[in-house]
Design a protein around this ligand. Structure first.
Ligand code: ATP
Ligand code: MG
Length: 442
């Protein structure tokens, strides 16, 4: 891709309506455009990043045997009446009528619809366990949409649902997801801490919110700061191993506001380890047993021919919110610093003098070589000031930048910049390819 051709409406000024860094930077870097309150269009750059995050989420779901399907955004009100949530959900639910006057809604979540799909086709324990997920837009008519894609009305979510015969089996499914979530966030470059949370209107008694630290976060969190040092790489996906890992996390106090108890906190956490701060909820998992299966009549036959309600859990990751959350964790005064796995482009070749033949030929030749190596590369061939070139690239946050200038070329060198650690060095033309290939390894 040539930057001159990319549809990227970069803004010079920080829009006044954006209060937090990620929102400001997403608007300035031309990633999103608000279409109405809490509803955004995703422009090419933003969309590309969201797709990368989505793919990592998908791969980690598939790794634990979850199967992807796709449910519609528009649902019938009937199943929500069966579960009793049509009334309970309140004003956050966008209710619609079709031309026949049939009550419909734009799905805020999918427990009812997936249970309806499950119950019509699964009748026997032999088909269990099942772990199903989809990645789809959700709509919640939030009272106060704010902070750009962090809290909006229409947002992109991965939601998974587990179906098991017994409580014991269901807790294994929960554990699998717990582990998949930790791996997912780690791959995205984030340290997300599972914190005991209230199950709220979803019901049940087991739930974790995955929270990353950020001053601009909306969740108040109370924790033993040593929880941030836990290393998940020693654990594997087997249930015993995950149980051990969950126990490790359980050893450290970490809760959100609604579970906080001052006496408990002070008793369990030494003063020097107490961390009270703010965070962003990027995922939330629930085990709610038979709450929906009983109401929606999702029963299966066990070995002895007895009909039992299935035990269910649900598991969400806010994919569009993650775009903002990653920026909150990775930025500086100049702009975004994308971690390699989600960067819109791994490498930006910045031609400082596009009108100079030597510079252009060198830039294009590098560009073609990196394409051959399957590196996601962008060539900044725009005819504009050097200052604008450098600052736009810093704003967009491409992690590796190869800067080609006339004077450097005369000396047989190019500049290699790493946006992530703010380093920069001159390297010889001959060594550029190998240098960059090693820096772009994930
Ligand atoms: P919150 O407490 O932030 O309102 P929630 O508990 O209502 O979120 P869940 O139902 O647990 O959200 O949804 C799963 C995930 O979807 C959340 O962890 C979050 O990452 C994301 N999410 C929820 N609401 C929004 C929203 N309004 N805008 C963007 N992402 C959202
Ligand atoms: Mg939640």
């Amino acid at each position: 891709m040539y930057l001159s051709k990319l549809f990227i409406p970069i803004l010079k000024e920080t829009p006044a309506e954006a209060k937090i860094k990620s929102h400001q930077l997403m608007l300035r870097a031309g990633m999103i455009k608000q279409s109405s309150t809490g509803i955004y269009s995703w422009l090419p750059l933003g969309f590309k990043i969201m797709k990368k995050i989505e793919q990592i989420v998908r791969e980690e779901q598939n790794k634990i045997g979850a199967q992807e399907l796709l449910m519609p955004t528009i649902q019938s009100a009937e199943i929500w009446k069966e579960s009793g949530r049509y009334e309970d959900y309140g004003k956050e639910m966008l209710r619609i009528k079709d031309r026949q006057g049939k009550e419909m809604l734009y799905g805020p979540t999918n427990e009812e619809l997936i249970t309806e799909i499950f119950r019509t086709s699964v009748k026997s324990y032999k088909s269990l366990p099942q772990l199903l997920y989809h990645i789809q837009w959700k709509f919640r008519d939030e009272l106060r949409p704010r902070f750009g894609v962090m809290r909006c009305k229409e947002f992109f979510m991965k939601d998974a649902y587990s179906f098991d015969l017994s409580d014991d089996e269901a807790r294994k499914s929960y554990n699998k997801m717990f582990f998949a979530y930790l791996n997912t966030f780690k791959r995205l470059g984030l340290t997300a801490i599972p914190m005991e949370a209230d199950t709220g209107p979803i019901g049940g008694d087991l739930s974790h919110e995955f929270v990353i630290l950020a001053e601009t976060g909306e969740s108040k969190i109370y924790s033993d700061k040593r929880i941030f040092d836990l290393d998940i790489s020693k654990y594997n996906g087997k249930d015993d191993s995950i149980k051990e890992l969950r126990k490790k996390y359980g050893d450290f106090y970490a809760v959100t506001d609604d579970k906080f108890n001052k006496d408990d906190f002070e008793k369990k956490v030494k003063k020097e380890n107490q961390l009270i701060t703010k965070g962003i909820e990027v995922g939330h998992i629930f085990y709610f047993g038979t709450k929906y299966s009983e109401k929606l009549n999702a029963y299966v036959q066990n070995k002895d021919g007895k009909n039992l309600p299935v035990h269910m859990g649900s598991y969400g990751i806010g994919i569009s919110r993650l775009v903002g959350a990653i920026i909150e964790a990775y930025h500086d005064d100049k702009g975004i610093k994308w971690p390699l796995p989600v960067a819109p482009f791994t490498l930006s070749i910045i031609n400082l003098m596009p009108e100079d033949k030597n510079c252009s030929d060198t830039a294009v030749s590098f560009y073609n070589k990196f394409l051959e190596q399957e590196i996601d590369v962008i060539l900044d061939d725009r005819i504009c000031s050097i200052g604008k070139k450098l600052s736009d690239n810093e704003l967009i946050g491409v992690p590796i930048q190869l800067i080609i200038g006339k004077r450097d070329l005369n000396e047989g060198v190019v500049e290699l910049k790493n946006r992530l650690n703010n380093s920069s060095k001159k390297i010889s033309l001959d060594s550029a390819i190998n240098n960059i290939l090693s820096e772009t390894k994930i």
